[in-house]
Design a protein around this ligand. Structure first.
Ligand code: KMT
Ligand code: NI
Length: 191
C-alpha cells in the first residue's frame, strides 16, 4: 500500500503500479493464515467472553486446541454495534505492537490489517469472512474498517486476554526486540 499520509484509511490505498504481496511474503513476517468455512456456522453479534462450549466448527476447535487458544470472544465493529465506533477505529489505526500474538477469525464482513515488512514498508491485507489470521507478538501493525464499516470477528487468545496496544516507537520493548531478532535480523543475513 502507499506510504505516508493517506486521505482515507478505509480506501484500498494501493500503490500505482500496485505491488502485490503474497501469502509467502506474509509467512516470512511470522503471519499465519487459515481459510475457514464461515458460511456453515453462526455466531452471536457480541459475546465477551465467548464460551468455547458453543464451538460448532470442528476445524476451528482443532486449531484452538492445537495452538492453546483457551480464550475467545466475539465483537462486531460497526457504528450500530460498537459504542464509540469512530474513536475506536481511529485508535485501531495507530501503529502499534502487542506483547502477545493477535489472532482474528473473521466471521463476516471485512477490514484491513496493515503490517510492516522487513523494509519497514506497509503491506495491506484485506481480511474477509472466513479468514483466520495471526499476527506475531511485536510486529508493527494497525487495523481499519474498509468502506463497508462492518467486521464481525472472533478474537482468540492464549490465557487471559490482554489487548493493550503499545504505539510506535517501541524499539526497546522486549516483544519488539524478540520480533526483530526472530523475523528481521535473520532475513537480512539471508540477503
Ligand atoms: C484490533 O485489534 O485492531 C481489532 O480487534 C479490530 C477489530 S477485529 C478485526
Ligand atoms: Ni493490534
Amino acid at each position: 500500500m502507499v506510504e505516508g499520509e493517506i486521505e482515507d484509511q478505509k480506501k484500498e490505498n494501493r500503490q500505482e503500479p500496485n505491488k502485490p504481496a503474497s501469502v509467502e511474503d506474509c509467512k516470512k513476517l511470522g503471519i499465519q493464515y487459515w481459510k475457514m468455512d464461515a458460511d456453515k456456522f453462526s455466531y452471536p453479534v457480541k459475546a465477551v467472553p465467548w464460551d468455547p462450549k458453543d464451538a460448532v466448527d470442528p476445524r476451528l476447535k482443532a486449531i484452538r486446541d492445537d495452538r492453546g487458544y483457551s480464550y475467545a470472544d466475539i465483537i462486531t465493529v460497526h457504528p450500530d454495534h460498537l459504542p464509540g465506533f469512530e474513536d475506536k477505529v481511529k485508535a485501531f489505526f495507530e501503529e502499534h505492537i502487542h506483547d502477545a500474538e493477535e489472532i482474528r477469525c473473521i466471521l463476516d464482513g471485512s477490514g484491513f490489517f496493515d503490517v510492516r515488512d522487513t523494509e519497514d514498508k506497509w503491506i495491506r491485507i484485506h481480511i474477509k469472512k472466513g479468514d483466520l489470521m495471526t499476527l506475531p507478538e511485536g510486529i508493527y501493525h494497525r487495523f481499519t474498517c474498509d468502506e463497508k464499516d462492518y467486521i464481525h470477528a472472533m478474537r482468540l487468545f492464549i490465557g487471559q486476554p490482554v489487548w493493550t496496544p503499545f504505539n510506535r516507537p517501541q524499539e526497546e520493548h522486549p516483544s519488539r526486540k524478540a520480533y526483530v531478532s526472530n523475523f528481521m535480523e535473520e532475513k537480512k543475513e539471508e540477503n
